[in-house]
Every structure is written in structure tokens, then in C-alpha cells.
Design a protein around this ligand. Structure first.
Ligand code: ADP
Ligand code: MG
Length: 390
């Protein structure tokens, strides 16, 4: 009976995941068009311009829209696009600091293992997981309380017995405990379901823990919870460790880098194609357009000697970015390409990067981010193969 229930539960999670993924994909393309236009507008208005503030407001809203889609994609496990070797302690410290800014009264303490192993993961997605759990904890402590965070290295055999099987290997364990209201059994068993919320309309979306669950699964990790009504809540997260040492975190750069040359843009969504062309033109590039994979191959064949770079959408109906890239390489072994993606299907994006694609940019993107990725790829000298956009 228990197995049957678990099976049903897994099926339900899958089905909603598919739905969420499809919605998020279309919504992301919409955001892409808005984001692009807004970033062009911003570039054209001086900061003294009275419209500047309003445009910035629009951009902020687009960004929160993008956060929402990324939650949905996270749940659908399709958002793992920027895999790096991470120092998890510093990720926690930074997320705690930014959480404190928006929740200045929250009392937080941490005990982080100084020798914590690195984990391979997507920084912003994992930040998302932490943020969601912190936020829930604060919501569960309306009268105040304490949030405690702990990390340590752990072997698979030390992980407490659960009804799922743990793959053997080394893990890091992250414990997040609060002294809040806790949960009854019937709430606790549903918290990872998408759209399950006990909060009033407008306050809860029920997506926080569903996306956390999807993201942790997407990182080959495990998440579970201990909670009792009136006795607080403790989340346990286990992530497999990475054999590579943690990379240094990169700084956020907002500058726009102009360039020259010819770029072939490929996207099946007319609004996205148009805004990408306009951003590239603005950056100083000559632009060729293609509205499908086949179209792209034709245009490239005719113009292979002038095209310096292909900006390639990953999900297209007739022929996806992965296949287009393969065929472009048949035409010209040294073709340069950047993959534009809202998400990756089971790591499809990273798969294509492994095949030599020069970069990946996550949709929706603004003109400044686009310009930086292009400048990195077109930089003279040995190409930084496999480098992923930030
Ligand atoms: P939301 O926060 O939008 O309701 P979540 O997926 O983040 O959605 O959480 C789902 C539900 O799980 C919450 O509505 C709440 O009932 C319960 N929950 C999550 N975290 C805690 C916690 N730390 N303490 C008590 N209840 C919690
Ligand atoms: Mg929440």
C-alpha cells in the first residue's frame, strides 16, 4: 500500500512537472521579448530621463517573472544549465546575507564545516532552494524564533535510513532547522507537491518546495524533512560531492560590450528572433536571421564565409539546436555557436556544450549579458570551449 501510494505520488509529480515545464517554456519566450525590448529602451534613455525609473520598474517585474519561470523549470527539472564546482559554504553565507537584507528581523545562525567538499551544481538554482526554505521558516515563525543552518561532509552509509535508496558515494549534508510552528503529518507529506500551500491566497504559491525538490533531484541529491506540530521543522539536503575543487565565484558585470562582425540568429519564435536581431544590431553586428533549423542551415551554407557566430535557439519544432549545431559543424568544423536556452532537457544543453558549442546563454537575457557572452566567444585567441554564460 505504501509503495502504491509512493508510485502514485511520483506519477503525479511527473505529470505536473510536464505541465509546468511547457508553461514555463512559452512564458519564457514572452519574457525574452519583453526583457530584450526593455534593455534596449534603457540603453537609449539617460538616467535623468523621467521615463528611466518606469522602464527600470518594468525590468524588475520581468526579472520577477523570470524567477517564477525558473521556479517552474526547477520543478520540472529542466533548469540545470550552469554547472560549476561550488563552495557550498560561501553560497550559504551569501544567500543568508541577501536574505537578511529582505528579512532584517530574522535570527539566523550557522555552523559550517570548514573542510566542506565542493559540489557540482547550478549556483542560482541552489540559492533558490535555500531562499525558499529560509522564507518558509520565517513564515512559520510569526512570533520570532531561530533559523539554524549546518553543513558537513557525510558518506552515503551515514545518511539516515529513508524509504528511498541512496546511491553510494560521498555527500555533503545541509541541515536547515527552524523553531517555528511545525507541521502535522497530513501537511508534511504533501509539502513537495507543486501548488500545495497552507498559506492564504496571494501569500503562498506552493511552488517553493516543489521547485526545491526538483532542483535537488536534478542535482542527483536528496531532500527530506522532519517536523512535528508545535516543534519546529528541519530540512535535510544531501548533495553528491564534486571531484573538482570549487571555482572562484564570478563578479556581476553590467557593462555592454560592442562588437563587429556578422551573426546568424536562429529562433522559431518571431518575437524572440526580432528582439535578438535588434539587440545584436544595436551592439554593432550585422545580422542574418533564420526562423527554423532548416532555414538556418540554408542561410549558413550561403553565407558561411561571412558568418562569425551563430546564436542558436535550443528548442525548435522541426530541428532542435543540438541537431542544427551538428549539421553546422558538418558544413564548417570551426563554426562558432552560442546556444540560447530556457532550460535543458536532461542536460541537453551541457551535452551540446561538450560537443564543442562555445557557450550557452539562458533566456530571458538582456543586451548586456548577451554582449558579454558574445565578446567572450569572439575573443581572439584559443576559444574557451565549454565555457558557460553567466
Ligand atoms: P508556499 O510557501 O508558497 O506555501 P512551499 O512549497 O514553499 O509553498 O511550502 C508548502 C507548504 O509547506 C507551506 O504552505 C507550509 O504549509 C509548509 N511548510 C513549508 N516549510 C515549512 C516550515 N519551515 N514550517 C512549517 N510549515 C512549512
Ligand atoms: Mg514557500
Amino acid at each position: 500500500v505504501k509503495l502504491e501510494a509512493e508510485f502514485q505520488h511520483a506519477r503525479k509529480m511527473e505529470a505536473v512537472g510536464t505541465l509546468a515545464g511547457a508553461i514555463a517554456h512559452n512564458f519564457n519566450n514572452l519574457l525574452m521579448a519583453i526583457q530584450g525590448n526593455v534593455s534596449l529602451l534603457l540603453l537609449d534613455t539617460e538616467s535623468e530621463d523621467p521615463r528611466h525609473e518606469e522602464i527600470k520598474k518594468i525590468q524588475e517585474h520581468v526579472e520577477s517573472g523570470a524567477r517564477l519561470t525558473s521556479q517552474l523549470l526547477g520543478y520540472a527539472r529542466k533548469g540545470k544549465y550552469k554547472i560549476r564546482s561550488l563552495d557550498f559554504n560561501s553560497l550559504i553565507t551569501k544567500t543568508m546575507a541577501s536574505f537578511r537584507q529582505s528579512h532584517p528581523t530574522a535570527r539566523m545562525a550557522s555552523h559550517l564545516a570548514p573542510d566542506l567538499d565542493a559540489v557540482a551544481g547550478d549556483r542560482s538554482q541552489l540559492e533558490h532552494v535555500l531562499f525558499n526554505i529560509f522564507k518558509n521558516a520565517v513564515d512559520a515563525m510569526p512570533e520570532g524564533g531561530e533559523l539554524f543552518i549546518k553543513t558537513m561532509n557525510i558518506g552515503h552509509e551515514q545518511i539516515r535510513k529513508r524509504n528511498y535508496k541512496i546511491k553510494s558515494g560521498e555527500y555533503i549534508m545541509l541541515v536547515i532547522a527552524d523553531t517555528g510552528v511545525g507541521m502535522e503529518h497530513k501537511v508534511r507529506r504533501r509539502i513537495f507537491e507543486p501548488f500545495f500551500t497552507t498559506k492564504e491566497l496571494g501569500r503562498g504559491t506552493g511552488l517553493g518546495l516543489a521547485s526545491a525538490y526538483g532542483i535537488i533531484k536534478g542535482h542527483s541529491g536528496y531532500i527530506d524533512v522532519d517536523s512535528k506540530k508545535g516543534h519546529g521543522t528541519t530540512f535535510f539536503i544531501y548533495l553528491p560531492t564534486s571531484t573538482h575543487p570549487a571555482e572562484k565565484t564570478d563578479y556581476k558585470d553590467k557593462s555592454v560590450i560592442h562588437g563587429s562582425g556578422c551573426i546568424l540568429v536562429v529562433d522559431d519564435e518571431p518575437a524572440v528572433l526580432e528582439i535578438n536581431s535588434r539587440m545584436l544590431t544595436k551592439l554593432g553586428f550585422r545580422v542574418l536571421e533564420a526562423c527554423s533549423g532548416r532555414d538556418a542551415l540554408n542561410v549558413y551554407r550561403q553565407n558561411r564565409h561571412i558568418v562569425d557566430l551563430v546564436l542558436l535557439d535550443m528548442i525548435m519544432p522541426d530541428m532542435g539546436g543540438g541537431e542544427v549545431y551538428e549539421r553546422l559543424k558538418d558544413i564548417n568544423r570551426n563554426v562558432k555557436a552560442i546556444l540560447a536556452t530556457g532550460y535543458s532537457l536532461d542536460g541537453e544543453a551541457s551535452h551540446i556544450v561538450k560537443k564543442g558549442c562555445d557557450g550557452v546563454i539562458q533566456k530571458p537575457f538582456s543586451i548586456d549579458r548577451l554582449s558579454r557572452v558574445i565578446s567572450r566567444v569572439l575573443k581572439p585567441g584559443p576559444p574557451a570551449k565549454g565555457k558557460v554564460a553567466n
